[in-house]
Design a protein around this ligand. Structure first.
Ligand code: UDP
Length: 358
């Protein structure tokens, strides 16, 4: 490394192309990070599955079969790798070009890149995007945390604790967003928002049930990942005041989101962070979330939202009734002070230097 400007190779999730929404929050996290690091003068290249769309960043597209999502696996599921695997090919590419870079940053929640860490000549940092899901992943993350303690990043403390490692000095880097992309709205319509992948771990049905009880319309936005699950929700709550708006671009998403009285976050699992929470705050939209996972470290109880008992629809309904107590300007202010891309980029950059020098 000859200057303070780094040559960085970011390797994306192998579950889907960037822009498809299949990768969930990882897609926005990677995009925002690539943008801010490039803005700070670093040279950024992203390696991602074929079909990835990333404006103004150099992308190397790799063909091959996509990886199965870790969320759909049981604790004892062994490591899975399809034939002609895009994951395998992305990391083979990284091996070949590694000498042109100072650092590789891995965004996939997969065994292979973690396992390969000591085989690379250059440092590899890992951005762990989910909590503990399978024993095989827990074991390899633990091994790499022990061997390279500075090279494993988590979003939140709550997420890191799901791994139950004896190691306690985890690195938490949260997330950041480009605030100018989200407009503040002081006077919302009488409607609620729910954002995310439509998949069972997100428990959309609880938000639908709360909308039905309160009679307040719920706008649903996000990747349709599990059609059967969506159909069942519609069967179970036939007359709920809900509307599915599709998987929207950030600009379209914020136009609908900012008009809502609150964002409902109802994850059944431990959400590692929850990008949608900070996107809502940036629009001045309070967050009502289960007291579980990442949102517990984001929401300021009674000031920028409410944390309710996990899996309690009644809790959601009570919180909706208390929304008038929240000052929407406080929500926007929290996003500005804690989650701006500039603040986040600075924090992440510091750790990138630490990894390289470790
Ligand atoms: N999202 C989007 N369009 C939509 C709904 C959601 O681009 O219509 C994005 C949103 O910006 C966020 C991601 O989907 O970055 C969901 O990420 P989150 O961290 O909340 O959950 P994950 O999917 O990673 O579990």
């Amino acid at each position: 490394m000859s200057s303070n400007l780094l040559k960085l190779l970011l390797i994306s999730t192998p579950v889907g192309p960037l822009g498809s929404g299949i990768g969930g929050g990882v897609e926005l996290t990677l995009l925002n990070l690539a943008n801010i690091l490039q803005e700070r003068g670093h040279q950024v290249t992203v390696v991602a599955p074929e079909g990835s769309i990333l404006e103004s960043i150099n992308v190397v597209e790799i063909s091959g079969n996509l990886q199965i999502m870790a969320q759909s696996q049981d604790r004892d599921t062994p490591i899975i790798l399809p034939p002609d695997s895009v994951l395998e090919k992305m990391w083979d590419y990284a091996r070949q070009v590694q000498n042109n870079y100072d650092l590789i940053i891995n965004f996939s929640y997969d065994w292979l890149p973690l396992y390969l860490t000591p085989f690379f000549h250059i440092k590899v940092a890992h951005w762990i995007s989910m909590g503990s899901l399978t024993t095989a992943m827990d074991n390899i993350i633990k091994k790499i945390v022990e061997q390279f303690p500075k090279a494993v990043f988590f979003h939140t403390k709550t997420q890191a604790e799901t791994f139950n490692f004896s190691q306690k000095n985890f690195i938490f880097l949260q997330s950041g967003i480009s605030l100018e992309q989200y407009q503040f709205c002081a006077k919302p319509k009488n409607q609620l928002a729910w954002l995310g992948r439509i998949a069972p771990e997100k428990a959309l049905e609880d938000a639908v049930s709360a909308a039905k009880i309160t009679g307040i319309p719920l706008k649903i936005m996000g990747k349709m990942q599990d059609e059967a699950y969506w159909d069942k929700i519609n069967q179970d709550y036939p007359n709920a005041p809900i509307e599915y708006l599709g998987f929207l671009s950030t600009n379209e998403l914020q136009k609908h989101l900012r008009d809502c009285r609150a964002l409902l976050m109802t994850p059944r699992w431990v959400e590692a962070f929850g990008n949608v929470a900070i996107e809502a705050l940036a629009c001045g939209v309070p967050v009502i979330a289960y007291r579980r996972g990442g949102p517990t470290e984001i929401v300021r109880e009674g000031e920028t939202g409410w944390l309710v008992e996990p899996d309690s629809v009644e809790g959601l309904v009570e919180a909706i009734q208390k929304l008038d107590k929240i000052d929407r300007l406080c929500c926007r202010k929290q996003a500005e002070t804690e989650y701006s891309l500039e603040v986040w980029g600075h924090r992440v950059e510091k750790w990138l230097f630490e990894v390289i020098q470790s």
